[in-house]
Design a protein around this ligand. Structure first.
Ligand code: GLC
Length: 739
C-alpha cells in the first residue's frame, strides 16, 4: 500500500472512529461529508450502484463479477442477498477489501412477509384492519432484519382500478383513502422504532408513480393522465407513506405524460423533493434506466444515465449505467460532479442512520435468526391476518359455517391441495413447503368422525378435463362439497396481466359438473385479483374470497368455513361482472347522461349492466347488521367547523361480529366534476347479538377539499351528500352545505 493510500486509509479510519460519536442529523451530515471528501469519483459512482445477488435453490449466491465489483468499490448495495452468514460474508468484502471500507446496503422484496408469509397485500387490505396490516409488516421487518437485511422494496402504493393488471395483487386496491391509510400502516410496521432500530428495515415507497394506471391493464404499459387525476387519485398513497417516514422511493417502469418515471424530473424532483421535501434516496426499478432507451427517450447509456441523475434518481438498480457512463460525463464537463455528490450523500446518510459505519455486521446475527424466523407467534399472526382478509361474498340459506362433525366432506379443485399457490407471488424467502393447504386446514378442523374426501378435478389453467369425472364421483359420496378454485401464484404479480378475468382453464367445467350433483357447494376462491364470476354468484349458494392467504392458509380458511372466525373482510377493490366493464370503480363521475334503463341515450351498454357484481367495501358476515338514519350535527358548516356525522349500527343477528362502517362523501357541484362518492372514513366495530353502537365521524374542511379548476387544493361552497353504510353501494345518507 503506497504512502498516500496509507495516509488516506488513516484518515478514513480516523473518520470512522468519529462516526460512532454523533447520531444527530447534523452530526451525521458532518460524518457523511467527511467520508465524501475522501472518495474518488469512481468510488462515489459505486455508491450509486445496486446489483442483485442470485437466489438459487440453495439460497442466495453472488456472481463472481459482482464480488469483484464490490472489492473495486463499484457497488454500494446488493439485493436478493439474505441470511446472517451470507450477508456477513459479503459485508466483509466491502468493509475489509475496499479502500474506504464503506459498508453495503442489503435490500430485498419483503412485500407480504419474509419467511412467515402473510396474505398477498390486496387480500391483506381486505381486512381494513390497520393494526393487522401494521402487525404483518412488523413481523416481516423483524424477520428480514434478523437475516441481515437493511431495506425492503415495500410498500407498493400503486392505486389500481384494472384487475387485468397482475400487480393489483401487490397493493391496497382502488381507493385513495383506504390505500393511503394502508400505505402508512405498512411503513409504520416496516420501520418500527425507526431506521437504525435493530428489528426494522428501511421502507421503499413504490412504484413512483401511477404504475397501476397501465393502459389496458398490460404490465409496463403507458400511463397517461391529467395532473388532476395524478394528484387526486394516484399520488396520495405515496405521500401518506412518505409522511409516515418512509426512507426511500423506487421509480416505476412506466412513462407518464410521455416521460418515463426514471427520467421524470417533475416526479422525482419537483414533486418529491420540492413539494414534499423528501430527503431520503431514490432507487430505480430493475434496469429501468436502461429501459429509457427502448422507451425512446434516451439514445444511449450516457444519455439515459444523465437523464436519470438529473431527474433526481440516486441509485441505479441492475442497469449498471451509472457505473458505465457517469465518470466520463463528469470528465467531459457534461455533468456536474455536485449532482453525484448529492446522491452519494443521501445514500451514505442512510448507511449512517442504520448504524452500519458503527457496526457493519449489526444486522447479521445468526442468533437472532434462530430466535425470530417463523416463530409460533409469527405464524399465529399470519393466521390472524389471513382470516381477517377473507371476504364472505355469498351465503344463501346460511350454508356457512359448516358443521365440524359433518359425516362426509369433499374438498375438490386444483387449489384444494395446492401448497405452492398459497404463498402467492413476491413471497420473498418464504418456504412454500411449509405452507398449509385448504385440504389440510379442513382435516385439522373437522371432528374425528368426519371423513374428508379429496379430488383435484382439473389443473389450474390447462384444458384437460380427464379428472372431472372422478371429482364428480367424489362429490356424489359427500354431504357437502368445498370447491377450491382460482389462480396460480404465477398468474398474479409482475408480468402477469390477463385479458380475461374468468376462473382460468377448465375450472368452470369442473364447477358446473360438481354443481350438477345437487350437493351443497361452498366455493372458496384462491386468487390474486378480482375475477368475473357471475355464474358462480348465480348458482353456488356460498362463496368465500380467500385470496392467496400465505403460510397459514389452511388454518385461516378453515377458521372461517367452520365458524371459529366470523368473516369480517370487505373488498378493497370492485369485482366487475365482465372484463368489458373495466375500468370499473365506485368513485366514478356521474356523466351528463347517467344510466337510465328507460332511456336509450344514457351511459350504459347494450350487453352488460353498469353495476359491479360486488361493490367496493362489500362483504358479508355470519350475523347481520342494520343501519339507522344518518344524522349531522349541523345543516351548514364553515371552513372552520367540524361536521359530526353519526349513525346507529345494530347487530340484528344471532352471533357477535365485526362490521366496517364506511363513510362516503359526494360534492354535488364543483368547478370541476366530482366523483359520485368518495370514502372519507371507516370504523371497525365489534357488536354482540342485539347490541347497537352509535358510530361517529368528524369531517373537516380538509375532507371536503379537492384540486379545483385552477389546480389549487381547497374547498368550494355548496351542497354535499354524506353516506354511511357497509359498502359503497348499500348506504343511507343525508345532506349538508359548506358555506
Ligand atoms: C421488480 C419489481 C419491483 C421490485 C424490483 C426488485 O422488477 O418491479 O417491484 O422491487 O424489481 O426485485
Amino acid at each position: 500500500m503506497n504512502k498516500l493510500c496509507s495516509l488516506t486509509l488513516a484518515t478514513a479510519l480516523l473518520c470512522a472512529a468519529c462516526y460512532s460519536s454523533e447520531k444527530t442529523s447534523t452530526g451525521i451530515g458532518t460524518r457523511v461529508d467527511s467520508v465524501l471528501a475522501l472518495m474518488t469519483l469512481d468510488e462515489k459512482i459505486g455508491q450509486l450502484t445496486l446489483f442483485t445477488s442470485d437466489i438459487d435453490v440453495t439460497g442466495p449466491t453472488m456472481r463472481e463479477n459482482y464480488k469483484e465489483d464490490i472489492k473495486a468499490g463499484r457497488v454500494g448495495a446488493i439485493f436478493n442477498a439474505y441470511g446472517a452468514a451470507y450477508t456477513r460474508k459479503l459485508q466483509e468484502i466491502a468493509v475489509k477489501e475496499t479502500r474506504l471500507h464503506i459498508p453495503l446496503l442489503f435490500g430485498y422484496d419483503v412485500v407480504h412477509g419474509h419467511r412467515t408469509i402473510f396474505p398477498m397485500p390486496l387480500g391483506e387490505a381486505a381486512s381494513w384492519d390497520l393494526a393487522a396490516v401494521e402487525k404483518s409488516a412488523r413481523v416481516a421487518a423483524d424477520e428480514a432484519s434478523a437475516e441481515g437485511l437493511h431495506w425492503t422494496f415495500a410498500p407498493m402504493c400503486d392505486i389500481a382500478r384494472d384487475p387485468r393488471w397482475g400487480r393489483i395483487t401487490e397493493g391496497a386496491g382502488e381507493d385513495v383513502y383506504l390505500g393511503s391509510k394502508i400505505a402508512a400502516a405498512r411503513v409504520k410496521g416496516i420501520q418500527g422504532d425507526g431506521v437504525g432500530s435493530l428489528n426494522s428495515v428501511m421502507a421503499c415507497v413504490k412504484h413512483f408513480a401511477a404504475y397501476g394506471a397501465a393502459q389496458a391493464g398490460r404490465d409496463y404499459h403507458t400511463t397517461d393522465m391529467s395532473d388532476r387525476v395524478l394528484r387526486e387519485t394516484y399520488l396520495p398513497p405515496y405521500k401518506a407513506a412518505l409522511d409516515a417516514g418512509a426512507a426511500t422511493v423506487m421509480t416505476s417502469f412506466n412513462e407518464i405524460d410521455g416521460v418515463p418515471a426514471t427520467g421524470n424530473k417533475y416526479l422525482m424532483t419537483d414533486i418529491l423533493r420540492k413539494e414534499w421535501n423528501f430527503t431520503g434516496f431514490v432507487v430505480t426499478d430493475y434496469t429501468s434506466i436502461m429501459e429509457m432507451i427502448p422507451h425512446g427517450i434516451a439514445e444511449d447509456t450516457a444519455s439515459a444515465a444523465a437523464l436519470a441523475l438529473e431527474a433526481g434518481v440516486d441509485m441505479d438498480m441492475q442497469a449498471g449505467f451509472y457505473n458505465d457512463a457517469l465518470a466520463a460525463l463528469v470528465k467531459a464537463g457534461k455533468l456536474k460532479e455536485g449532482l453525484i455528490d448529492e446522491a452519494v450523500r443521501r445514500i451514505l446518510r442512510k448507511k449512517f442512520e442504520l448504524g452500519l459505519f458503527d457496526d457493519p455486521y449489526r444486522y447479521s446475527s445468526e442468533q437472532r435468526e434462530k430466535e425470530t424466523l417463523m416463530s409460533a407467534a409469527n405464524l399465529e399472526a399470519a393466521r390472524d391476518v389471513a382470516r381477517k382478509a377473507i371476504v364472505l361474498l355469498k351465503n344463501d340459506k346460511q350454508l356457512l359455517p359448516l358443521e365440524k362433525d359433518v359425516k362426509k366432506l369433499a374438498v375438490i379443485g386444483p387449489l384444494a391441495d395446492a401448497r405452492r399457490e398459497m404463498i402467492g407471488s413476491w413471497s420473498a424467502a418464504g418456504d412454500w413447503h411449509k405452507a398449509s393447504t385448504l385440504l389440510e386446514g379442513v382435516k385439522q378442523a373437522v371432528s374425528a368422525g368426519t371423513q374428508v374426501l379429496y379430488a383435484k378435478g382439473c389443473a389450474i389453467d390447462n384444458d384437460s378435463t380427464q379428472a372431472i369425472a372422478q371429482a364428480v364421483r367424489t362429490a356424489q359420496q359427500a354431504d357437502v362439497v368445498i370447491l377450491a378454485v382460482g389462480e396460480g401464484a404465477w398468474m398474479t404479480g409482475e408480468a402477469a396481466s390477463r385479458a380475461s378475468l374468468n376462473i382460468p382453464g377448465v375450472q368452470q367445467r369442473l364447477i358446473e359438473a360438481i354443481y350438477k350433483t345437487g350437493k351443497p357447494v361452498v366455493a372458496v376462491l384462491l386468487n390474486g385479483r378480482p375475477l368475473t364470476i357471475p355464474w358462480l354468484d348465480a348458482n353456488i349458494p356460498a362463496i368465500v374470497e380467500a385470496w392467496l392467504p400465505g403460510t397459514m392458509a389452511g388454518q385461516a380458511i378453515a377458521d372461517v368455513l367452520f365458524g371459529d372466525y366470523n368473516p369480517s373482510g370487505r373488498l378493497p377493490v370492485t369485482f366487475p361482472r365482465s372484463v368489458g366493464q373495466i375500468p370499473l370503480y365506485y368513485s366514478m363521475k356521474n356523466t351528463g347522461r347517467p344510466m337510465d334503463p328507460n332511456n336509450k341515450y344514457t351511459s350504459k351498454y347494450l350487453d352488460e349492466r353498469n353495476d359491479p357484481l360486488y361493490p367496493f367495501g362489500y362483504g358479508l358476515s355470519y350475523t347481520t347488521f342494520s343501519y339507522g338514519p344518518v344524522q349531522v350535527d349541523k345543516q351548514e358548516m364553515t371552513q372552520q367547523d367540524e361536521l359530526i356525522v353519526t349513525c346507529t349500527v345494530t347487530n340484528t343477528g344471532a352471533r357477535a361480529g365485526k362490521e366496517t362502517v364506511q363513510l362516503y362523501l359526494h360534492d354535488v357541484t364543483g368547478s370541476v366534476t366530482r366523483p359520485v362518492r368518495e370514502l372519507k372514513g371507516f370504523k371497525q366495530i365489534e357488536l354482540a347479538p342485539g347490541a347497537s353502537q352509535n358510530v361517529t365521524f368528524k369531517l373537516t374542511a380538509h375532507d371536503l377539499s379537492f384540486y379545483r379548476r385552477d389546480m389549487s387544493f381547497g374547498t368550494e361552497p355548496g351542497k354535499f351528500d354524506v353516506y354511511i353504510g357497509p359498502n359503497a353501494r348499500d348506504t343511507q345518507g343525508t345532506a349538508f352545505a359548506l358555506r
